[in-house]
Design a protein around this ligand. Structure first.
Ligand code: NAP
Length: 319
């Protein structure tokens, strides 16, 4: 049976199904993880990866590696170009998580705009009875224009939901999309000038790092709401904290952060934020579907020579 490395714990489904068809090595269960990896490194042909940083140095360890099956649609922790140069396929888990993530994006938007977390804190603290009604919120969804950065699978599912809520949609990506009627803006800055609600759904990585910072917040203005469901690195977090503190924008709803699981205390102290611990896809239903796709990619590759969902950088079939 081919040897698969599972560097970190994954859904029980992955462990169960892979162990039927592969020899699965789980260093996190060993008292000497590094020694265990060293003892099998030449045998490893596949990696089931969840939250593993893969660069050239990591790849050097596994001379016979053929495939890395990533648990998650975002694969910015994996250097896919380095994998491509070595002929190592990378797969991810698109589509199966789209609807759940879009739901959470809308939940964050509603919670942030109508201050639902603060309102609930008010009730739980006994303030409703002691002090009266929660103050009226400055924010409302009425009349908002949502600028989506990253109108891909999840971005489109968010747009669909936002239209039902009566929002006007526009977007930015690296290029204008054929067959998409929403107005396109060629830069984040131009998008921010045209909208008051910025929905970030772009992938992480060097290309998008800090693409949203001080000038974008200023363009968004004092009624501006920022929602980030994509990757924490897309926002300059220090600039965001300042913009929230001095009223440059109205509020922010964040599911992702620059250095997870660390969330700066300054951000946690702010009342005009809604903060979630990266739960976009975190329902059992969706995580099981993602787990199944990790398994299907590895089985598809080793049994049929074709993974199900290779990433764009490594589209090649079996050699
Ligand atoms: P997708 O279909 O590939 O969409 C990504 C979109 O981002 C594309 O429309 C792409 O448009 C745009 N984009 C890529 N690079 C860009 C750049 N440099 N500047 C501006 N736009 C750029 O991916 P998806 O399935 O919608 O997932 C999107 C991201 O959501 C993932 O990469 C992941 O980071 C994040 N995510 C988060 C959670 C969570 O739990 N919070 C869960 C799942 C996914 P162009 O090609 O036209 O630029």
């Amino acid at each position: 049976m081919p040897d698969i490395l599972m560097p970190k714990p994954m859904q029980p489904l992955v462990e169960r199904e892979l162990s039927e068809k592969f020899t699965v090595h789980q260093p996190f269960k060993s008292e000497d993880p590094e020694g265990m990896i060293a003892s099998v490194k030449d045998d490893i042909v596949g990696i089931a990866a969840g939250g593993v940083d893969v660069d050239d140095a990591y790849l050097d360890q596994f001379p016979n590696l053929k495939i890395i099956a990533n648990f998650g649609v975002g694969y910015d922790s994996i250097d896919a170009n380095a994998c491509e140069k070595r002929g190592v396929i990378v797969t991810n888990t698109p589509d199966v998580l789209t609807e759940d993530v879009a739901d959470i994006a809308m939940a964050l938007l509603l919670s942030t705009t109508r201050e639902l977390s603060a309102a609930e804190r008010w009730l739980r603290a006994g303030n409703w009875e002691a002090k009266g009604s929660f103050p009226l919120t400055r924010g409302s969804l009425r009349g908002r224009i949502m600028g989506i950065v990253g109108l891909g699978r999840i971005g489109k599912a968010i747009a669909h939901r936002a239209e039902a809520f009566g929002l006007t949609i526009c977007y930015h990506g690296r290029s204008k999309q054929d067959g998409v009627a929403y107005p396109y803006y060629p830069s984040v800055m131009a998008l921010a000038e045209a909208c008051d609600t910025l929905m970030l759904v772009a992938p992480g990585g060097e290309e998008t790092k800090h693409m949203v910072g001080e000038s974008v917040f200023e363009a968004l203005g004092p009624e501006g709401i920022v929602i980030n469901i994509g990757r924490g690195t897309v926002i300059d977090e220090a600039a965001l904290i300042k913009a929230l503190q001095d009223g440059t924008i109205l509020g922010a709803g964040l599911d992702v952060f620059e250095e997870e699981p660390h969330v700066p205390e300054a951000l946690r102290k702010l009342e005009n934020t809604v903060l979630l611990p990266h739960v976009g896809s975190a329902s059992q239903f969706t995580r099981n579907a993602m787990a199944q796709l990790v398994v299907d990619n590895l089985v598809g590759w080793f049994e049929k020579g074709h993974p199900v969902t290779p990433v764009a950088e490594t589209p090649f079939p079996a050699k």
